[in-house]
Write a protein of this length. Structure first.
Length: 113
């Protein structure tokens, strides 16, 4: 039996640790989404659109990990989270635009010429 002076306390992770951990997880999510997109070798435009939408969903999920950090009182954390979030948002929007272009081309093939 341990003496009374050995009381174990759990320590909550610091904000910088949580931020770094969430960044690593967001990178992992992006890597998984990227690998799924790369392994899809379909020439079918509809399947390509589905794959791009799944990729975009992965990017959106990675970006959601940064939401709480964007409002951090720590300026370095909030600025870093906002910068990375902007990158993820641009990637997401570019993919959505590509899907919209493919969809438009499939719906009106004469426009693409």
């Amino acid at each position: 039996m341990l003496p009374a002076m050995f009381v174990f306390q759990t320590i909550a992770p610091s904000e910088p640790f949580k931020f770094a951990s969430d960044i690593v997880w967001s990178f992992q999510i992006c890597k998984i989404a990227d690998e799924r997109l790369k392994t899809s070798s379909s020439k079918d435009p509809v399947t390509m659109m589905k794959d791009l939408l799944a990729y975009s969903a992965g990017i959106k999920q990675a970006n959601s990990l940064l939401d709480t950090h964007r409002r951090s009182q720590d300026t370095l954390i909030s600025q870093s989270a906002n910068a990375l979030s902007n990158v993820y948002s641009e990637i997401y929007e570019n993919n959505r635009s590509l899907v919209a272009f493919i969809e438009e081309t499939l719906n009106d093939p004469g426009k693409a010429r």
